[in-house]
Design a protein around this ligand. Structure first.
Ligand code: PMP
Length: 360
């Protein structure tokens, strides 16, 4: 097998090599159909079987209760920033938002044409360096939306916020399937696939069925979650390739031992990397409040920004890819999703130590 470099991309991100290898093996002839999964009807037996199995595997992995529908949609998480407001809020309703960084801000902005948004908590005044400890939930809100993991700022909630009877809606694009989760605490969970699931262009949506008939707002069928549920995510042609890759990834997670094992690995990986940053004598820095640090996206800065270019050049030569931080923040960011093993994190830590020694 070719040795691949360690890929720390924030998304689209590294996928498990076993998943890619299986997709490669099946590319020219999937299930004896004489075609790839991309070349057969989504209404044919083979695709329908695969699609159903992927959903069942996900339900088992996450322990999704029967009263929740699972959808495999399109449009990216960004489209659902707007679409969830159309579906969960009636005209004139107000909805609560927790603002913890770039993605939750965007979720507010995109919902604004459809619902009166209200900020129930914000950490902007603290430079988004932590998640809020108190959320002022309006009991009359149509829903409370939050972003459990801020991919750019590198913060993560390590507890599910209390929302009382207000349905809790979570954009889990960058932390879904990263550890066990009590799905019953949520009204709706959604996630763009391109971090822990598969290729971009697929959005996974888990929604409590009583929320499907909420608003009476006139809208085209294609926007209505209830219609997608009625038609098993095949109201129109789904992202067949994405669905298939997601299914392979669910089986891969199960083969690793499920979310308990994955969660423990992710905890250990993040702990090792933060320890290396904190123990670097100030050469590297992460300013996020330790209780709010993300296990998925680890932003860090070099003490001397003039070394950034050299760090990126040398790390890439050492087989460590995509460490450049998001343009909004600068610095570095190592994304260490499920498919990044501890060996990759150790290679990064070793490189960081060597680099600091040579340039300290
Ligand atoms: N939410 C979060 C937390 C993200 O990380 C991203 C993408 N990185 C998005 C939303 C936007 O996803 P998409 O590009 O699929 O619309």
């Amino acid at each position: 097998d070719p040795v691949r470099p360690w890929n720390f991309s924030a998304g689209p991100a590294v996928l498990a090599p076993e998943v890619l290898a299986q997709a490669q093996r099946e590319l020219l002839d999937w299930r004896g159909t004489g075609a790839s999964v991309m070349e057969v009807s989504h209404r044919g037996r083979d695709f329908m079987d695969m699609a159903e199995e992927a959903e069942q595997d996900l339900r088992t992995l996450m322990g999704i209760p029967d009263r929740y529908a699972v959808l495999f949609l399109q449009g990216g998480a960004t489209q659902h920033f707007a679409q969830l407001a159309m579906n969960l809020a009636a005209p004139g309703d107000s909805a609560d938002y927790v603002v913890t960084g770039h993605w939750s801000q965007k979720a507010v902005r995109e919902a604004e044409p459809y619902v009166r948004t209200r900020v129930a908590a914000s950490t902007e005044a603290d430079g988004f360096r932590r998640v809020p400890s108190v959320i002022d939930v309006d009991p009359g809100a149509a829903y409370l939306h939050y972003t459990p993991n801020e991919t750019i700022h590198g913060t993560e909630f390590h507890r599910i916020p209390e929302s009382g009877d207000v349905p809790l809606v979570a954009d889990m694009s960058s932390d879904i399937l990263s550890r066990p989760l009590d799905v019953s605490r949520f009204g709706m969970i959604y996630a763009g696939a391109q971090k822990n699931i598969g290729p971009s262009g697929l959005v996974l949506l888990i929604i409590r069925e009583d929320l499907l008939q909420r608003t009476g707002r006139p809208m085209a069928d294609i926007f209505r979650y209830a219609r997608h549920v009625e038609r098993d995510s095949m109201l129109n042609t789904p992202n067949t390739w994405g669905w298939y890759l997601a299914g392979l990834t669910f089986k891969w997670i199960a083969a690793q031992g499920g979310l308990d094992v994955i969660g423990e690995r992710n905890r250990a990986k993040a702990e090792a990397l933060y320890a290396a940053i904190d123990g670097s004598g100030g050469f590297y820095r992460n300013d996020i409040d330790p209780d709010s640090r993300s296990r998925m996206n680890v932003p860090f800065r070099l003490h001397d920004e003039a070394l950034n270019t050299l760090f990126l050049e040398e790390s890439s030569q050492a087989g460590l890819l995509a460490l450049k931080g998001h343009r909004a923040l600068g610095g570095m960011r190592a994304s260490i999703y499920n498919a990044m093993p501890m060996a990759g994190v150790k290679a990064l830590i070793q490189f960081m130590r060597d680099f600091a020694q040579r340039h300290g």
